[in-house]
Design a protein around this ligand. Structure first.
Ligand SMILES: Cc1ncc(COP(=O)(O)O)c(C=O)c1O
Length: 477
């Protein structure tokens, strides 16, 4: 599908786009994501090779890592002399106990402890891998389960950076939300990409703006552009749409289901992969868990990143990526060569916690985490209402940890925050960090309500109000 789109002229792409709309909509509605082939001949990408960069296409499996995987699932009695595993009998640890809550503890010794301290397959410790597949199946199963792969990663950041590493070429266009998670930009920036930044409203990335950004890209960078009578071949098509659907960092929005469907349809038309970076999924303040792009992925074009950082521990550094098997395999090869695997001990701790809790315990824990952050959010909103009315604008965060403020009468918040804010002992994050073009003035700041003690929230916001008032006065001079 992709190459045919890329080869078409802008004009034909435009007409194809509008005529395809209806058929894709009707197929998605009537088949409830059951099939990846539409009656007008649109087929799902069977191969993802055209998304991968040259480096990634050259990467071969590591034989040692492949055999380690074999050994991890081999039957009893298998003799393994292939790997460079250190002998775990020499590890100086004999037992480990971790109290999780009053009813739950993790106690490791003997073979279990040895496995927790030993190298593990790159895909993840088999016991955690199995547990995570169950979690995905329960919460957001993709339509093509048989074509779904999962890999345990060092938090979601490792999955995201790995995925970008295997796809991006220098100068690629990338579709991002505006504003965008700053550490995603930090991965992308060195590739000198052209950011196709799509503005958000209170429901996230706006589909009309997304469509027009893509149409404009194809319009001004037609793959068949003629230069001196010769066809120009350096056309770069956007391959990736990066998004935080739940509690976006920094805006706190949650993309509603209908909008997700609309965005998904556009990615079908333009053959984009969706990188669904969703570490705040379990940290929303809604009545029901949000839908996910993964669960509506009839084509196999979504790679979803989950994380235990915000709900179990950020220092354990455990997350996971779920998506089409081919792409997860490419990520596996990259991780085989870079980190080998996520820390075994961390994986065992996460697995022990999930298994001991069971579905019910997990749900209860999530409820208590959500309630905690919701209370903090409400306190910050009340303080903002009291002190910042007239000085700033914001929308209520529906998930996550952040309040995203647009400051009135201040074109650029950078010096206000970094110089005068620090002097006044109020440290926020200038919004510029989240912008694709950091050279432009940015009137936003991001506040976090996650770790500030409840009794300091109002004091912090009132200090910020003073800072803004002074800044507005400075600007009027
Ligand atoms: C949107 C987003 N993605 C990824 C991450 C990284 O999370 P992890 O700790 O799982 O690597 C963060 C952390 O702040 C985040 O906000």
């Amino acid at each position: 599908m992709s190459s045919s789109i890329v080869r078409k002229s802008t004009q034909s792409l435009k007409s194809e786009t509008s005529s395809k709309n209806t058929s894709i909509i009707s197929v998605m509605d009537t088949q409830s994501y059951g099939s990846s082939t539409t009656p007008d001949g649109t087929t799902s990408p069977k191969s993802f090779r055209h998304f991968l960069n040259e480096r990634s296409l050259k990467r071969q499996p590591s034989l040692i890592r492949e055999l380690t995987k074999q050994f991890a699932t081999a039957g009893p009695g298998t003799i393994f002399v292939a790997g460079g595993l250190p002998n775990p009998d020499l590890f100086p640890y004999t037992s480990l106990s971790l109290q999780v809550d009053e009813n739950t503890s993790i106690n490791l010794s003997g073979q279990e402890l040895r496995a927790a301290l030993q190298y593990q397959p790159t895909m993840g410790h088999p016991v955690l891998h199995e547990e995570l597949l169950k979690l995905v199946k329960q919460h957001f199963p993709p339509p093509h389960w048989d074509n779904t792969g999962l890999i345990v990663t060092v938090g979601s950041q490792n999955a995201l950076s790995g995925m970008l590493e295997i796809i991006l070429e220098n100068g690629d266009p990338i579709v991002i939300p505006g504003p965008c998670y700053s550490s995603a930009l930090s991965i992308m920036d060195p590739y000198s990409p052209t950011y196709l930044s799509v503005p958000e409203d209170s429901d996230g990335m706006q589909p009309d703006a997304l469509r027009s950004v893509l149409q404009k890209w194809y319009g001004t960078n037609s793959p068949t552009t003629q230069v001196n009578g010769k066809v120009k071949n350096d056309f770069k098509r956007p391959k990736i749409l990066y998004v935080n659907p739940t509690g976006a960092n920094p805006s706190g929005i949650v993309i509603p289901t209908e909008r997700k469907k609309e965005i998904y349809r556009i990615t079908q038309e333009y053959d984009l992969l969706i990188l669904e970076d969703d570490p705040y999924y379990f940290l929303h303040f809604l009545q029901q868990n949000p839908t996910t792009f993964l669960s509506m992925d009839v084509d196999g074009r979504v790679i979803r990143f989950d994380s235990f950082s915000k709900v179990l521990s950020s220092g354990l550094r455990v997350g996971f990526a779920t998506g089409p098997k081919d792409l997860i395999r490419s990520l596996e090869l990259y991780l085989q060569a870079s980190i080998l695997h996520t820390a075994s001990l961390s994986q065992v701790v996460v697995n022990g916690t999930l298994r001991n809790w069971g579905t019910d315990g997990f749900r209860k824990h999530m409820e208590s985490v959500k309630a905690f952050y919701k209370k903090r959010r409400d306190l910050m909103l009340a303080a903002a209402e009291k002190h910042l009315t007239g000085l700033a604008e914001w929308t209520t965060p529906k998930a996550g940890m952040f309040l995203w403020l647009k400051i009135r009468g201040v074109d650029d918040t950078f010096n206000m925050v970094m110089e005068r804010g620090i002097q006044r002992k109020i440290i926020a994050l200038p919004g510029r960090e989240f912008m694709a073009d950091k050279s432009k003035p940015c009137p936003y700041i991001r506040l976090s309500y996650s770790v500030l003690p409840e009794d300091q929230i109002e004091q912090g916001i009132s200090r910020l109000a003073e800072l803004i008032r002074d800044e507005q006065k400075r600007n009027q001079k």
